[in-house]
Ligand binder design. Structure first.
Ligand SMILES: Nc1ncnc2c1ncn2[C@@H]1O[C@H](COP(=O)(O)OP(=O)(O)OP(=O)(O)O)[C@@H](O)[C@H]1O
Length: 642
């Protein structure tokens, strides 16, 4: 019941419209209930041979019918507005809420589950609130008004005719208690089906690559069978109850024919009164029957509502903090050469344990990354590299300790504002179904075409983009399936290069001026990206060949210049982009220093290099690297691990 009451809460903004709809329904029902009485009077006029009286009554019946028609048209229009309004509100609220929820929520929910709630459940709720509820009210009104009319005219006959009514209520109630759980189970099964289908389609490449179509199909057939059985359970209950609910009103008709017919024969009532009564009972049948259907609708809506509230009640955990002086803002970006550089990162006693995980992904992480430094993060798979960088845009909050950007605890910042300060290039970049240009300009919607092309050129994407059928206006498919992994990665780098542009309003690149960039800053074009303090590259060049990678590295050089950069590195060439290397092991910092220092001093680093860090290339002194390094800096060869 609380769910039902909460669902009614969605009608609150439409109280006025709903009241209008209700009033129109009431008037229409009054007209409906009056007409059998007029029909009865008309029949008596026929018996009496009263032509004028009959004509008048026919006119009244016709006018009443016309009025009812107009009222119903108005009521339907008004109810339609309510239904569509509720649907829109529900969609906005659910989508807005999903957007506000933190990443951790999506770790535990299947996409298909969320999709089915956003479509199937939302549809059930809006149909019930928009139409179902008014049908129920209308049906109840008809029952009440017709009952009153019958009681006023023939109390005894009315009581006899209404004898089966309590039975209908009892059966309806039983139907409710047994039908609701069955409906819920069926809906859950359909949601699982949707989730399974979604996963099969989005994972189609893996399915095909491992020739797992048959296995996948069999698993899917099991899910279909489960959904089929649950729906069959619901149908069985429906099949047993619905016909009974339909049959019971027929008993009333039989009683009226029997008892009322005798009264006419005995001259206790007129034929007209009997006819009117008969029409009243007929009038009751449809609402009583549809009440059963509507009960089912109400049940479904309540079950769906519960599933929607399960999401809506899940409060986002990563939100803008409230309290005196909160959320805080970051110190301004440098406006001139004398201003301090920005982008300093501090990890103080940081630990992160993902929900439901026993082992922490990060623990006791103490780290200071000075503004403008480029730090490579290396480590075996699962060592916590991604976990560490995910803390920066507050995709997750640390479970212990704190992370500070330019002296401000990230938890004191509005995550929305913070994310404008940090550009991330993922290792599996997601592209939206949109043009190449729009995908590049995703983080900077105000960027001009020139800026987009510029960023693409720097990311070595311009060449292949121009060869696409519509160049920058080519729409790339879902997840950019029409592009290769390397091409997607280059677009993602271009996107990061553009991030923050036009937001800070400052001309040029703010951090350059203070000389924070240890190298490369001087090579950057004067109209480079602005505003982003921290750049995170999650093995951003893992999908491209060596030649392209070197070219991208030159572009990255521009992006990194003057801003703090954290690079998750799997290869030597990526490590070479950095001033400093941090080695993670089991979520802890195992070594920290330059590549050469670590090679010389850390046994574990040497192991990681030899086993995982694309060892061959790292250990081969001949590995070419055209990243512009300072002339006096020797190329790291890594030979010492041999
Ligand atoms: N969303 C998540 N929910 C629960 N556990 C997670 C989640 N993401 C990562 N983990 C776990 O946390 C640990 C650290 O994972 P992380 O992704 O940071 O490793 P990584 O060093 O980036 O590995 P790789 O090089 O393979 O990408 C792993 O044990 C992983 O299983």
């Amino acid at each position: 019941m609380p769910t039902f009451r909460r669902l009614l809460g969605f009608l609150r903004p439409y109280r006025g419209t709903w009241a209008l709809s209700f009033s129109l329904a009431l008037l229409a029902m009054l007209a409906t209930v009056t007409s059998p009485w007029l029909v009865g009077r008309g029949i008596d006029r026929i018996r009496d041979g009263d032509r004028d009286g009959l004509r008048l009554l026919v006119l009244a019946i016709a006018l009443l019918g016309l009025g009812r028609m107009l009222l119903t048209i108005g009521r339907r229009l008004v109810a339609g507005r309510v239904s569509l309004g509720v649907e829109q509100d529900l969609r906005d609220r659910l989508y807005g809420h999903l957007q506000a929820l933190e990443l951790g929520f999506f770790d535990r929910w299947q996409t298909g589950q969320l999709m089915s709630r956003a479509t199937v459940d939302l549809g059930a709720v809006r149909f019930f609130l928009g139409y179902g509820l008014i049908f129920i009210v209308q049906a109840l009104l008809t029952v009440v008004l017709a009952t009153v009319a019958m009681l006023v005219q023939q109390p005894l006959l009315a009581v006899l005719a209404l004898l089966p009514a309590p039975l209908i209520v009892v059966v309806g109630h039983r139907y409710g208690t047994r039908g609701r759980p069955a409906q819920q189970a069926a809906q859950q099964a359909v949601a699982e089906l949707t989730a399974a289908a979604e996963e099969s389609i989005s994972g189609i490449r893996v399915v095909k690559a491992f020739a797992a179509e048959d296995r996948r199909r069999r698993a899917f057939e099991d899910t279909v069978e489960h959904a089929f059985q649950r729906q069959l359970d619901a149908v069985r209950i429906q099949s047993a109850f619905q016909p009974v609910i339909q049959f019971l009103p027929q008993i009333s008709l039989a009683i009226v024919l029997l008892a009322g017919g005798r009264m006419v024969v005995d001259d206790t009532i007129t034929v007209g009164a009997f006819a009117a009564f008969y029409v009243y009972v007929m009038m009751l049948i449809q609402p009583l029957r549809s009440l059963g259907v509507m009960l089912g609708l109400a049940q479904r809506a309540t079950a769906s509502g519960r599933r929607l509230f399960e999401i809506l009640d899940r409060a986002p955990t990563i939100v803008a903090p409230t309290g005196p002086g909160l959320p805080r803002t970051l110190p301004p970006l440098p406006a001139g050469p004398d201003d301090p550089p920005r982008g300093e990162l501090r990890f103080e006693g940081v630990a992160l344990r993902y929900e439901g995980q026993r082992r922490p992904a990060l623990q006791d992480v103490d780290l200071v990354v000075p503004a403008g430094q480029r730090m490579a993060i290396v480590g075996e798979t699962g060592s916590g590299k991604t976990a560490l960088v995910q803390l920066l845009p507050r995709l997750y909050d640390p479970t212990a300790g704190r992370v500070l950007l330019d002296g401000v605890d990230l938890r004191d910042l509005d995550p929305f504002a913070l994310r404008h300060e940090i550009a991330v290039v993922d290792d599996d970049p997601f592209l939206f179904t949109d043009t190449v240009a729009a995908n590049i300009a995703y983080a900077a919607p105000g960027a001009t075409r020139e800026q987009v092309v510029d960023a693409a050129r720097l990311a070595q994407a311009d060449g292949f983009v121009r060869e696409l059928p519509d160049g920058y206006d080519t729409v790339v498919g879902e997840r950019g399936l029409t592009l290769s992994g390397g091409q997607r990665q280059r677009l993602a780098i271009a996107r990061a290069l553009l991030a923050g542009r036009g937001r800070s309003g400052g001309a040029g690149r703010p951090n350059d001026a203070a000389g924070a960039a240890p190298r490369g800053a001087a090579d950057a074009p004067p109209d480079g990206p602005t505003g982003v303090r921290v750049l995170v590259l999650d093995d951003a060049t893992s999908n491209v060949d060596a030649t392209t990678e070197q070219a991208i590295a030159a572009g990255l050089e521009t992006a990194m210049a003057g801003r703090t950069t954290l690079v998750i590195a799997h290869r030597l060439s990526t490590v070479r982009l950095a001033d400093r290397v941090v080695l993670l092991h089991d979520g802890r910092i195992a070594a920290d220093g330059t590549h050469d220092e670590l090679l010389a001093g850390s046994e574990r680093y040497r192991e990681v290099v030899a086993r995982g860090l694309d060892g061959e290339r790292l250990l081969t002194p001949a590995t070419p690297c055209r990243v512009p390094l300072d002339e006096d800096e020797p190329l790291p060869t890594g030979g010492s691990t041999a």
